[in-house]
Design a protein around this ligand. Structure first.
Ligand code: ATP
Ligand code: MG
Length: 408
C-alpha cells in the first residue's frame, strides 16, 4: 500500500491518529481517524511512557479499524518546547559530466547544510529547504534536472532535545510502532489551519492546547518563528476551579457547557448550580462569574504570546493577521475578539469544515499527512501499513536518511 501516511499527534489531553494520503490533485483523503485520552503528558513533556504508549496504541487501533489496515509505523508530532530552528547554508560542486543536478546532489547539499554546531543534548530531526541557489541564481524551489556548477541551499535545520525525542520513540516502540519521522507540531498544524496565501502574506498562528500554547509565525510561506509557552486550556479550567472553589471536573464541565470567554457576549446572566469543593454540596454561581475568570486567563494567554513575539523582536507586517486553533480556544466564543484586542490584528478561528477532518482535534495529525505528502514530491514516503493479506513494505532504517531523501 504505497503512499499511505500515518500521522500521530501526542497531545497533553489526547493522542490522535490519522491514516490518509494526498491524491493526485493535492486533496487530503482520510481513511481512518482515532482519538484516545492521554494522561502521560504534562506541560508538553512525556512524563509517563507506559500511559502515553497505551493512549497511542488505542488511538491507532481506532484509526486502524476505521481504515481496515494494520499500522506498523507513523510520523509523530513534536511540540515547540523541545525543538528549535537554525538557518543554515549548504554548498557543493556539481561534478557530473553533463553538470545536470540530480536527486543525489540535492541529498548531498542538504547533508552539507546540516553541518552546524549543535549542543550535545540536541539532534537534527528535520531539514527544510527554503530555497536552492544554482550558480548564484536564487529562489529555486526544485533544482533537479537543472544544469549548474555550484548548488547551494538555504535550509531550516530543526533540532530536538535528545531526551524528548527518545521518550517519543520509546512510547511508540512500547506500542509496537516505528517512528517514520518527527514533525514539528506547528508545521503540521499550519498545513490545515492557515491558508497558503495567509502564510505567504504573514500570519501568526496560535494553537492553544491543554497544557501548551504554541505560537508560530509564517511569512513568504516559511515558518520564521516557533515557540511554546506552558499555559493552555487546562489552566483556564484550573482558574475556574480555584476561583469558584469547585472541583476541577466540575470546572471543566461548566467551561465546556458555556464555551464563552467574553462577558459582553453573555445573553442571559443566569444562576448555575455547581458542586462546592469543600462540603460536596451544591451552590449557585452566575454565568458572568465563570466567564470573567475565563476571559482573564484567555486575555493573559494572548498577552504572553504578544510579549514573546516582542521579546524575540518578531515584528513587521502580519498582513493576514492571526489564526487561532487548538481545543483550548477553538470552541470558545469571544476568543477571536480577545486576540483582536491584544494584537490589534484581524483574527479568525481556523475552520476545518472545508477539509475532511471532522474535529479540530485531528488537525495536527491530518496536517502531518499533508506535510509529508507535500514535501515528498510524489516519492513513496508512506508509513508501513498493510492490509490483512499484504506483507508490510520494508522501510529504510535511518531517520536522517529518510529526512534527506524526502526532498529528493
Ligand atoms: N468545548 C470546549 N470548550 C472549552 N474548552 C475545551 C472544549 N473542548 C476541549 N477544550 C479544552 O481544550 C484543551 C485541549 O486542547 P487540544 O486537544 O488542542 O490539546 P492537546 O493537543 O491535547 O494538548 P497540547 O497541545 O497542550 O499538548 C483542554 O484544555 C480542554 O479542556
Ligand atoms: Mg496540541
Amino acid at each position: 500500500m504505497g503512499n499511505i501516511i500515518v500521522g500521530i499527534d501526542i497531545g497533553a489531553s489526547k493522542v490522535t491518529t490519522v491514516i490518509g494520503q494526498v491524491n493526485k490533485i493535492g486533496q487530503l483523503e482520510i481513511f481512518g481517524q482515532g482519538m484516545e485520552q492521554c494522561n502521560g503528558v504534562k506541560k508538553g513533556v512525556i512524563v509517563d511512557i507506559e500511559s502515553t504508549s497505551n493512549s497511542i496504541r488505542l488511538s491507532v487501533q481506532k484509526a486502524e479499524s476505521a481504515a481496515g489496515v494494520k499500522v506498523n509505523s507513523a510520523y509523530v508530532s513534536i511540540n515547540g518546547i523541545h525543538t528549535s530552528i537554525v538557518n543554515s547554508r549548504g554548498s557543493i560542486s556539481i561534478s557530473n559530466d553533463n553538470r545536470e543536478i540530480s536527486g543525489k546532489d540535492v541529498e548531498r547539499v542538504l547533508y552539507a547544510a546540516r553541518s552546524i554546531n549543535i549542543s550535545e543534548d540536541r539532534e537534527i530531526i528535520d531539514i527544510i529547504p527554503r530555497q536552492f541557489i544554482v550558480d548564484g541564481y536564487d529562489e529555486i524551489i526544485d533544482p533537479i534536472g537543472m544544469a549548474g556548477l555550484k548548488l547551494e541551499v538555504d535550509a531550516d535545520i530543526i533540532t530536538g532535545k535528545i531526551t524528548s525525542v527518545q521518550n517519543i520513540v520509546k512510547s511508540m516502540e512500547r506500542a509496537n510502532l516505528k517512528v517514520d519521522g518527527l514533525i514539528v507540531e506547528a508545521l503540521a498544524t499550519s498545513e490545515l489551519a492557515p491558508t497558503q496565501d495567509e502564510k505567504e502574506m504573514g500570519v501568526i498562528l496560535i494553537d492553544v492546547g491543554a497544557g501548551v500554547t504554541d505560537i508560530s509565525v509564517f511569512r513568504n510561506k516559511n515558518m520564521i518563528f516557533n515557540e511554546s509557552i506552558t499555559v493552555g486550556g487546562d489552566h483556564i479550567t484550573n482558574d475556574v476551579a480555584i476561583g469558584l472553589k469547585i472541583p476541577y471536573s466540575e470546572a471543566d464541565r461548566i467551561k465546556k457547557e458555556f464555551e464563552l470567554a467574553l462577558t459582553t457576549l453573555i445573553k442571559n446572566d443566569q444562576e448555575v448550580t455547581v458542586i462546592d469543593i469543600n462540603e460536596n454540596k451544591k451552590k449557585t454561581v452566575k454565568v458572568s462569574e465563570i466567564v470573567e475568570i475565563i476571559e482573564a486567563r484567555v486575555f493573559e494567554i494572548f498577552s504572553l504570546c504578544k510579549e514573546l513575539l516582542e521579546k524575540q523582536k518578531i515584528k513587521g507586517d502580519f498582513a493576514a493577521g492571526i489564526v487561532l486553533t487548538g481545543g483550548g480556544i477553538s470552541y470558545v466564543e469571544g476568543c477571536r475578539e480577545l486576540a483582536n484586542e491584544v494584537f490589534n490584528l484581524p483574527t479568525r478561528i481556523a475552520s476545518y469544515k472545508l477539509d475532511i477532518v471532522s474535529k479540530p482535534e485531528y488537525s495536527t495529525a491530518a496536517g502531518i499527512v499533508k506535510y509529508i505528502a507535500s514535501h515528498s514530491k510524489g516519492n513513496s514516503f508512506g508509513s508501513e501499513v498493510k492490509n490483512q493479506k499484504q506483507k508490510a513494505q520494508k522501510k529504510e532504517a535511518s531517520l536522517l536518511k529518510r529526512i534527506l531523501k524526502i526532498f529528493t
